[in-house]
Write a protein that binds this ligand. Structure first.
Ligand code: ADP
Length: 388
């Protein structure tokens, strides 16, 4: 069964075509800078540098690629029976993967105010998918849905209840990734009644406590700025800072948003949001870069302590995404001096996790320390397949 996964941004469209249930990737690619002169379209090893004016045109290019006789990937559009769409915000409405209907689209529209950068783009992807793959089932997989299991004591803010009733609460993000790696971790551990802490460390970053396969708490909140220090986002910050910037230093709300979203985090601490640059600088003796790495890892440690206390234990700590999968240094700093919590990393295994099936635990570690590459597209394909 062929399932197309679409991840639609405001000016990009990432796609993967899977043959399910074997989970074989037939095509992987993207269209980027849609609407600009410099746009390009890439599918497997095929690239065209022609202007791609819209998401619709990008999907037409994909269809041409798939139907090309020489390639024989599909003979007819109708072979694609399901299209799984990544949707960032499902609010309180969507607690699981959902078949898209007119009503579902209206609800996604109602959630625009909660995710103004993402949901409108996701809806464009859905409408384009419907137009081009009219016979396929269109299915929405939400980034927030996995976190809908977070109990009220962990998702409610201590502010007047009227706001809660208006939807002001913790939603959490990166849910598709946390769900994928927690399932994989449970497979490795061999049971599902586990206490896990999953660390998604990419440009955005979040930590999640996963108990018995369900999200129990997570570090992002109402929006994606909260929690861990990220590439360009501040992570946790005292609310008073925002009022000080507004009332005393005369910054406007939009400027503060921009500062906390795009000018903060590792970029503010060390001058780059690319961790590789910061590791190199730190290796060359740059003190700011070293401080940034220590702060980055230190914040993660605080969340590990928090979640271990909340769950009264932890079976496994899982590293994933660009930094979690690739940075030996960050894994080392996070796990350093954590033996009180039963965390002990093996330095040799940490250098090359793949050679040890991702298990980098030291021999006396009570907690299993795992490096598991995330695969959000595969998770979307699996959930789409399961629903169908
Ligand atoms: P996104 O959130 O955009 O999907 P990724 O998951 O690709 O981001 O993660 C991007 C981050 O991963 C960047 O900070 C990058 O520097 C970091 N990264 C990628 N490869 C390595 C590496 N080999 N060593 C250290 N950091 C890495």
């Amino acid at each position: 069964m062929k399932i197309l996964v679409l991840n639609s941004g405001s000016s990009s469209l990432k796609f993967q075509l899977f043959d399910m249930p074997q989970a074989k990737v037939l095509v992987k690619g993207l269209a980027e800078r849609i609407g600009e002169k410099t746009s390009r379209f890439l599918a497997n090893d095929y690239e065209i540098n022609q202007p791609v004016s819209s998401h619709k045109e990008a999907l037409h290019l994909l269809m041409d690629y798939l139907l090309n006789r020489g390639r024989q990937i599909i003979k007819d559009t109708s072979e694609i029976v399901g299209v799984g769409h990544r949707v960032v915000h499902g609010g309180n409405t969507f607690v699981q993967t959902t078949l898209i209907t007119e009503e579902v689209k209206n609800k996604i529209r109602e959630l625009f105010s909660l995710a103004p950068l993402h949901n409108p783009a996701n809806l464009i992807g859905i409408e384009t998918g419907e137009e081009i793959f009219g016979n396929a089932k269109q299915i929405a997989v939400f980034d927030t849905a996995f976190h809908q299991s977070i109990p009220i004591e962990n998702h409610k803010y201590a502010i007047p209840v009227d706001f809660y009733n208006k939807g002001v609460r913790k939603y959490g993000f990166h849910g598709i990734s946390h769900q994928y790696v927690s399932r994989e971790a449970n497979k490795i551990i061999g049971r599902t009644d586990t206490k896990l802490i999953t660390l998604h460390l990419g440009n955005g970053a979040s930590a999640t406590a996963v108990r018995n396969g369900k999200s129990f708490d997570t570090s992002m909140g109402f929006g994606p700025m909260n929690g861990l220090i990220m590439g360009t986002r501040s992570g946790d910050i005292d609310q008073s800072v925002i009022f000080y910037l507004m009332d005393k230093l005369n910054y406007k709300s939009a400027e503060i948003q921009n500062i906390l979203n795009k000018q903060s985090g590792m970029k503010a601490l060390a001058g780059s949001n690319d961790l590789r640059d910061i590791e190199t600088a730190s290796g060359n003796g740059d003190k700011q870069a070293q401080l940034a790495l220590d702060m980055y890892a230190g914040t993660i440690k605080k969340y590990i302590g928090n979640y271990t206390a909340q769950m009264n234990g932890m079976d496994a700590l899982v590293f994933t995404a660009g930094i979690g999968e690739n940075s030996q240094k960050i894994r080392e700093l996070v796990c350093k001096d954590m033996n009180y919590l039963g965390i002990e990393i093996d330095d040799t295994k940490n250098k090359n996790p793949e050679a040890y099936h991702g298990d980098i635990s030291g021999k006396n570690s009570k907690v299993q320390i795992l490096v598991i590459p995330t695969n959000e597209e595969l998770e979307i394909a699996k959930q789409t397949f399961e629903l169908m």
